[in-house]
Write a protein that binds this ligand. Structure first.
Ligand code: CA
Length: 225
């Protein structure tokens, strides 16, 4: 899962980055309204953590701009201004949750999981395709109830595909979702081929009822066998 932290206070930004990275999120950051806007308009994030008071703008305006551009995304507002007006305005503009500063990291993690579960998996804890089930919160994978050992990136790739069964996924899009920033500057996609190859092998050996097909010159597609 890929998160964009929009926060101008460097120290808080770093604490959040470290803490979310430790929880296995792919994390990107923006310190200004301008930077946040350009990232959120171009890339896909599973959730934005949005500060309201930014040096060059207001987080609520970003929510408005994203909605107008048809780029609906999960948003948790992190605001030092614990004002009911901001909270109401933010939720009205489509934010999923609101967390006043200061907050405990444990609470942020819990809210983030809840938003992702609700918005991305219709409230389901498990992600299920065929006889394969994944728990994105505990990082456990099973095939017909038997444990399936996956490497970290293999697991992240499979989560990404299982959220998009039968959809064509571009290599570039997959790279950005699973590896984050700077993959658009990568010379080639060898790192993806290697992971996909291993993942296919593990799925096949475990008797999984899903497979990752190659769409030549484009990317991949997860289908039921
Ligand atoms: Ca701020």
């Amino acid at each position: 899962m890929k998160i964009l932290i929009i926060e101008d206070e460097a120290e808080l930004r770093e604490v959040l980055t470290r803490s979310l990275t430790a929880e296995r999120y792919v994390v990107e950051t923006a310190a200004t309204y301008r930077e946040a806007r350009s990232k959120a308009m171009i890339y896909h994030y599973d959730c934005l953590l949005l500060d309201i008071m930014l040096p060059d703008g207001n987080g609520l305006d970003l929510l408005r701009a994203l909605t107008e551009a048809g780029r609906r995304t999960n948003v948790i507002i992190l605001s030092a201004k614990d004002s009911i007006d901001d909270k109401v305005a933010g939720l009205d503009l489509g934010a999923d949750d609101y967390l006043p500063k200061p907050f405990h990291l444990a609470e942020l993690h819990a809210r983030l999981k809840s938003v992702l579960r609700r918005r991305t998996r219709n409230g389901e804890r498990l992600l299920q395709c065929g006889n394969v089930s994944l728990n994105p919160e505990t990082f456990q994978a099973e095939v017909e109830g038997r444990n399936l050992e996956l490497g970290r990136k293999e697991f992240d790739i499979l989560v990404y595909f299982m959220n998009r069964l039968n959809q064509l996924v571009e290599k570039q899009t997959l790279a950005e979702a699973v590896w984050g920033d700077h993959t658009d500057q990568a010379d080639n996609f060898d790192f993806i081929y290697a992971q996909i190859k291993n993942l296919r092998k593990r799925l096949k050996e475990a008797g999984a009822g899903i497979e990752i097909k190659t769409a030549y010159g484009f990317g991949y597609k997860l289908t039921l066998v």
